[in-house]
Design a protein. Structure first.
Length: 292
């Protein structure tokens, strides 16, 4: 199945009548899904449409969404309400004026609210713009999903390469000569010889040292857990989907086992393998933090 990154960018633009518009979305990694909007005043409803579409399509990532509108400078169309003007003029003509009061003039009548009307934007054009912006959201989300999947395909190649490296290092630790019984016996014999030469032979201490060395030499449990975690990771990557959190958790478990392997290693060769494994695990964890 498909593996998606949380990083992506998409843009959808168009023209509706005299208005040019453009949607943009930028997505980066995050613990959960966080959609942040920036839309012009009066377009909150269409912004909610974009938010809902992203929430339905994505499971993780921080998304910054913006809508830009460019409107040309248009002179409003002026219309005189002639019926209202005539009605006002007739009503005033019937009213007897007090002495010294001048009759109403045309400019005074035109200043009354409702006599002059300005048509800025027809309702039909607003509906068309809303429809086009909604269709733009659909394209925007689809393009973002494809961008995240494209990066996910590249991430998958890197992750699979790191998995192969960790599997190889685990097998190298399994086959390390320092883990062979004869090597363990040789180190134990050298420790016993050192204790005997110290001049203060203590049978109890000798027994304790032997038990400690045997325990440190045994990394069987760590290797078994490493194999189990790596097998789980292989299955997750093969299945795809929103697996980022699971990958991150298993990366932490791999780190713990690699640390324990280094702590228990009583040989330079095994220590080097453990350190190399820790380095690859850290690189792996950095990559999976970008997976959805």
């Amino acid at each position: 199945m498909i593996l998606s990154s949380m990083t992506g960018f998409a843009r959808a633009s168009g023209t509706t009548g005299p208005v040019q518009w453009a949607w943009e979305v930028r997505s980066v990694n995050g613990r959960g899904l966080d959609v942040r909007l920036r839309v012009p005043n009066g377009f909150d409803a269409i912004g909610d449409v974009a938010r809902t579409a992203l929430q339905r399509s994505l499971s993780r990532g921080q998304c910054q969404v913006s809508l830009t509108l460019i409107r040309p400078e248009v002179t409003p169309r002026i219309r005189i309400n002639e019926a209202l003007l005539a009605s006002l003029a007739a009503s005033i003509a019937r009213v007897p004026l007090p002495s010294g009061m001048a009759p109403a003039t045309l400019d005074g009548l035109l200043g009354i609210r409702g006599v002059i009307e300005a048509d800025d934007e027809p309702g039909a054009e607003a509906e068309t713009l809303s429809r086009d912006l909604s269709e733009g959201v659909v394209r925007l989300v689809a393009d973002l999903i494809e961008a995240r999947r494209a990066e996910g395909r590249q991430l998958r190649e890197i992750i699979e390469g790191q998995l192969a490296a960790m599997e190889g290092l685990t097998e190298a630790a399994e086959a390390c000569p320092a883990r062979k019984p004869e090597a363990v016996r040789a180190r134990l014999a050298a420790t016993v010889e050192t204790l005997l030469q110290s001049g203060s032979f203590d049978a109890e201490r000798l027994h304790q040292e032997a038990v400690l060395m045997a325990a440190k030499a045994d990394v069987r449990e760590e290797l078994d857990r490493l194999r189990a975690h790596l097998a789980s990771l292989r299955d997750l990557v093969a299945g795809g989907g929103a697996i980022g959190r699971k990958l991150d958790f298993l990366a932490q478990e791999l780190g713990r086992e690699a640390n324990t392997l280094c702590a228990k290693a009583n040989d330079v060769a095994l220590s080097r393998i453990g350190l190399d494994l820790k380095a690859v695990v850290e690189q792996f964890r950095e990559q999976v933090q970008n997976v959805e």
